[in-house]
Design a binder for this molecule. Structure first.
Ligand code: ATP
Length: 253
């Protein structure tokens, strides 16, 4: 799939959000859990600096796809390249160092650590972590007054914002978001999408967004892939895909 056009940069992690995303190219990816094969040959391309959606019913393999990209699952066959470099066989911290940040489903905020401590965990270096934190607070203003509170005391929506802000502390050039609105109220969902749209517009990072709320995915992404049982069965402009009610009721039921 080609998700629009964009310019690939050849820089390092330090390039960060300000200077450009990189292309993500996946070919014939096969992976799973132990002996169980879950993805049976996925191919997709997200061009540099573009935002793609991944939609599909429960169990389609969306989370598994993100886990393979960020190195949490071994690749059995196929390739994953980001910015021209293979991610296959690399450890998660090496992949993170190449500019990949993954916000998993369920937030995974450390409940007993303060918001500030959670944020610092996302910084690759101690030296400039305060500067990085200050930068994120310009976008995630809701966290500003809560820096000394334990993460577990934040509301669900605030924890989701914390998880995303923490991921952005590393200045990623590829941001993997797994159902960021899961469990949020409509108001918080709107607030979060407003922030995500702002981050998308202000950065050249490449985004891969897994989202069950298809209308929201269409707002934020240009192209989407529709997955079913470990395969990509359709790749299309998000708005066109989302308006094909017949297709969606067949595959998202
Ligand atoms: P959801 O929207 O429900 O999160 P999904 O599209 O993200 O669905 P995955 O979570 O990737 O789907 O799951 C794909 C398949 O892999 C499912 O059949 C699921 O049961 C299986 N699976 C997921 N995690 C594991 C695991 N740890 N061990 C074995 N099988 C798993």
């Amino acid at each position: 799939m080609t998700a629009g056009s964009g310019s690939a940069a050849n820089g390092s992690e330090a390039d960060g959000l300000a200077q450009g995303g990189k292309a993500l190219v996946i070919r014939d990816l096969v992976t799973g859990y132990g002996e169980i094969e879950v993805l049976h040959g996925i191919s997709l391309t997200a061009e540099a600096g573009r935002c793609i959606g991944v939609v599909g019913a429960n169990g389609a393999g969306k989370t598994t796809l993100l886990r393979a990209i960020s190195g949490l699952l071994p690749v059995k066959q196929g390739s994953i390249e980001f910015g021209g470099q293979s991610l296959v066989g690399r450890k998660t911290h090496e992949i993170a160092r190449l500019g990949v940040a993954h916000v998993p489903e369920g937030r995974q905020v450390l409940q007993h650590l303060t918001v500030r401590e959670n944020m610092y965990l996302g910084s690759p270096s101690k030296a400039d972590r305060q500067e990085r934190l200050d930068r994120q607070l310009e976008t995630f203003q809701v966290l500003r007054d809560k820096l000394d509170q334990p993460g577990g005391q934040l509301s669900g929506g605030q924890q989701q914002m914390l998880a995303i802000a923490r991921a952005l502390m590393s200045n990623p050039t590829l941001l993997l978001l797994d159902e960021p609105t899961l469990g949020l109220s409509p108001k918080l969902t709107d607030d979060l999408y407003y922030l995500l749209a702002r981050i998308r517009d202000e950065s050249n990072a490449t985004f891969v967004l897994v989202e069950q709320n298809i209308a929201l995915a269409a707002d934020l992404t240009e192209y989407s892939v529709l997955m079913q049982r470990g395969r990509v069965i359709r790749t299309e402009q998000s708005k066109a895909l989302m308006s094909d009610k017949e297709l969606l009721s067949a595959y998202l039921a």
